[in-house]
Design a protein around this ligand. Sequence first.
Ligand SMILES: [Zn+2]
Length: 222
Amino acid sequence: MTYVVLMGGPGAGKGTQAKILCKKLGLPQIATGDLFRENLRENTELGQLARTYMNGGDLVPDEVTVGMVKERLSRPDCANGALLDGFPRTISQADALETLLAEMDERVHIVPYIHVNPDLLLQRLAGRWTCSACGRVYHVLFNPPKQDGICDLDGSALYQRDDDTAETQKHRIAVYFKQTAPLLDYYKNKGLLVEINGEQSIEQVQKELLQVIKESDRQRTD
Ligand SMILES: [Zn+2]
């Protein structure tokens, strides 16, 4: 059994890494965003419950999210464990996860945290520019247009969508660090947190993630 909680801020590459890791480890990737979409689409009891909160403009309470995770973990593809991506987000969710796993005689085994400095996250997230005519998206660092501010395809002006501005992304990053700081401490105190330098290549980050997870598996089976 391997239960991994993967952590990392917006722009840290967590989703990409999670996908590759799950393939290599043969574990399902459990992301609460996917679970919500699935429960809403299939109109499950939990989906219906979530919808009543969402329609009222309210936050969906933890019990609903945790219920979805619990149901997901009971499926056959979780026979060898799972990789949780983006859950838990708060200490109360982490406590709920611990309780839920304890009922299965299990626990979280390792919490790799892909760390990237906020300044670099901002560069990654706020560098997107979109063509006003064809909608093509560029990135000032990773996929720049040949000429500043001009679309390669049709010569139209590029603009920044509201979601992509430095202001919006700065706020998003600040919220992430503020919200997750207590959770990082929580897992650090339990001896489960392993920090990975996320400012390296995707391949190097992947290699180190695999290493720490396999090492934790080995320690338990020895
Ligand atoms: Zn264009």
